[in-house]
Ligand binder design. Sequence first.
Ligand code: CTP
Length: 392
Amino acid sequence: MLKDKTIILGVSGGIAAYKSAALVSRLKDLGADVWVVMTKEAARLVAPLTFRTLSGNPVLTDLFSEDAARTPVPHIALADRADLLIIAPGTANIIGKIAHGIADDALTTLVMATQARKVIAPAMNCNMWRNPLVGENVAKLKGAGWEFIGPEEGKLACGDYDIGRMTEPEEILARITGWLGGQQDLKGKKFLITAGGTREAIDPVRYISNRSSGKMGYALAEAALRRGAEVTLISGPTHLKPPSGAKHVPVETAREMHEAVMEHKGEQFAIIMAAAVADYRPTVTYWQKVKKSEDILDLSLTRTADILAALGQQKNGSRLVGFAAETNDHIENAHEKLNKKNLDMIVVNDIAAFESDISEIKIINRAGRVEALAPQTKNELADKILDRLLGL
Ligand code: CTP
């Protein structure tokens, strides 16, 4: 998506600098040529070698160092070539310096020299962010065409919950990919995606659930949004933040997920059931906490409705994608599910992928063709699943 794009990432000295390493890695995943420029303070927080390794390019910290002299692309040429310059994290200090036209280190000099689109993701203490001088500097930068991402509310380095946190790398990435164009091949298409595991209550404090983290479903939602789709994300409880731009419908039980899917299933281009829906729920849910008594407690379970099978029975033109999490006989079991549930495609993974960022999957289409994909991140897999879905 970001092939042929040159991005300069300026890292200034905020504790969120470590998160920028993830941003570099994701920008590289999408094909961008990433050049990192760090302030001296940032280089005390995260070693330049981290960024050098992740970006595959030398890291500029000092324009007068021998390293800088050996850099294959001189800083002015880099400033000229960049499509986008993003400073993340952006401290009060760097904002102040830029606002006042100071260019006394590698980063501020590049900022001064570049004509590229300029973006900043501030991160600082809440009182610093509210300081009127910072406010004035921010207004000045906005007036000069800088775009701001964040800051967000949340837990700050000082321990307070307030405004000042740097926006998460995935969200910054979504904004960057949105700006730098990229593939908008899902524009005008609606996607209904389910994610996460469901929880089936035994009593007010206990429930039955599974190890699904929701990562695959969220990655799919994010990728579809980035490619221009309109996304409804129906999700069981997870620790993940729903991607901005998605219509998020939080649910807890299989029954709630069933109702939500039925409510939103109309006119979808595709329905992707990445959720690990409970197959059984306790037959009785106690309204008071169950007290321990006998040595053995039998729990009676009742089948839940199979949402995907119901969708397969009343197919209305939407492409239907199922997931199969297996421990054994992966292909055989998945084939059976594909046919039984009347699906267009099924994604098979091993339960080892649960909770992990990486997965190894096989995709089986209606014709029974099996495609094995090498282990890779769920973000990368999400794009490939969407590609295959489009190609059906
Ligand atoms: N699924 C669903 N409703 C359920 C259970 C599962 O819609 N009550 C969907 C899942 O979201 C997934 C697919 O069906 O896309 C396969 O789920 P899985 O649990 O692996 O298979 P099952 O069909 O439930 O079969 P089994 O548990 O026997 O492996």
